[in-house]
Design a protein around this ligand. Structure first.
Ligand SMILES: *Cc1c(COP(=O)(O)O)cnc(C)c1O
Length: 380
């Protein structure tokens, strides 16, 4: 099956018991056992048919061995990091999600894991960071909020050579744009609260493993830690995923037009967008990704107040999060990345003035009109 067909017919698309074309929401916490130990489902933390449907679906979409659904992206990431132990060293991209940074800095370090943050675009720096106790490489591409692109296949190769686990947070791209497991990565993780859910009405996380050995390990931890996705949310998520291609097409079309508009706008200084030919990552983005996504970050000319710009918007909503039907805009330094100490943030290139825009699926003319009226107010 090709990707668009998998979205509709992958996983468990039809209920075997009734023929229903929308899978049932199984709220049961426990299941009757005909003979002890013979049942497919026993207890809903360990296995639930509705959750299993979305888990099989994401495994199909990411071309992996098995999928796992969690109560949030953060729960998925925490469970993956539970694969590691006191004394393990992990290489982490230097531009990862703020919550991942918080988990590493305030929780995992306390538990005895050590981390080296590296710009994973620099393959030599990645290799140089490997120590005798290094167990994994963890990264995002495109990154948040600077949309930097790492060569996934090259990282997978380094990881394989040194017997390290490789993990990619694929939230910004989704499997519509890139499939890290096909490029040699071991585990893919998603905040499904973003593009996969797609409608700003759900917090969820997904992980996909490359082989049966990893599936068993992560499945064990999912059950042991218990941060599972509930049946209602599992249903909502698989429903959202079905329209991923349709949404991504419009998201990307709108993003391309907005990029071109911003590129002509004299008040805009820098634009961070994988599809920006002036970005150093452009050719890699073009080769690695089946599209440039719909996240655009930009800086205004020095001295122009970015807060005024985002607050003057009428249609584009000032809010955290991304990957939603509605266009969302925010200032990372004050909002999503506020938890990162300012010196570290600046060292990673995230200026106080940076604006991040998640381009939605509205009519493009209305989005441009909104940006235009806000720019005009800055000039007057
Ligand atoms: C939002 C996000 C997360 C965290 O996911 P939650 O569902 O909010 O817990 C992790 N990684 C990335 C890239 C994100 O954007």
């Amino acid at each position: 099956m090709k990707f668009n067909t998998k979205l509709i017919h992958g996983g468990v698309s039809i209920d075997e018991a009734t023929g229903a074309v929308s899978i049932p929401i199984h709220m049961a916490s426990t299941f009757k056992q005909k003979h002890i130990g013979s049942s497919k489902y026993e207890y809903s933390r360990s296995g639930n048919p509705t959750r299993e449907a979305v888990e099989k679906l994401i495994a199909d979409l990411e071309d992996g061995d098995a999928g796992f659904a969690f109560a949030s992206g953060s729960a998925a990431i925490s469970t993956i990091f539970s694969l590691f132990s006191n004394g393990d060293h992990i290489i982490v991209g230097n531009d990862v999600y703020g919550g991942t940074f918080r988990l590493i800095d305030n929780v995992l370090k306390r538990m005895g894991m050590t981390f080296t943050t590296v710009d994973t675009r620099d393959l030599e720096a990645v290799s140089a960071a490997i120590q005798a106790n290094t167990t994994a490489i963890y990264l995002e591409t495109p990154t948040n909020p600077l949309l930097r692109i790492t060569d996934i296949a090259a990282i997978a190769k380094i990881a394989q050579q040194h017997n390290l686990l490789s993990i990619v947070d694929n939230t910004f791209a989704t499997p519509y744009i890139q499939k890290p497991i096909a490029l040699g990565i071991d585990i893919v993780v998603h905040s499904a609260s973003k593009y996969l859910g797609g409608h700003s009405d759900l917090i969820a996380g997904l992980a996909v493993t490359k082989n049966a050995e990893l599936s068993e390990k992560l499945g064990y931890l999912q059950n042991a830690i218990g941060a599972i996705l509930a049946p209602q949310e599992s249903w909502l998520l698989q429903r959202g995923i079905k329209t991923l291609s349709l949404r991504m097409q419009r998201h990307q079309q709108n993003a391309q037009t907005i990029f071109e508009y911003l590129n002509q706008q004299p008040l805009v200084a820098n634009i961070y967008f994988p599809g920006n030919p002036d970005n150093s990552d452009f050719s890699l983005a073009k080769q690695q990704m089946a599209g440039f996504g719909a996240m655009i970050s930009f800086e205004l000319q020095p001295g122009i107040d970015p807060e005024k710009f985002v607050e003057n918007l009428k249609l584009i909503t000032l809010a955290e999060s991304l990957g939603a039907l509605e266009s969302l805009i925010e200032i990372p330094a004050k909002m999503t990345h506020g938890a990162i100490p300012r010196d570290i943030r600046l060292a990673n290139g995230i200026q106080d003035e940076l604006i991040r825009l998640s381009v939605g699926v509205e009519d493009i003319d209305d989005l441009i009109t909104d940006l235009d009226q806000s720019f005009k107010q800055l000039k007057s």
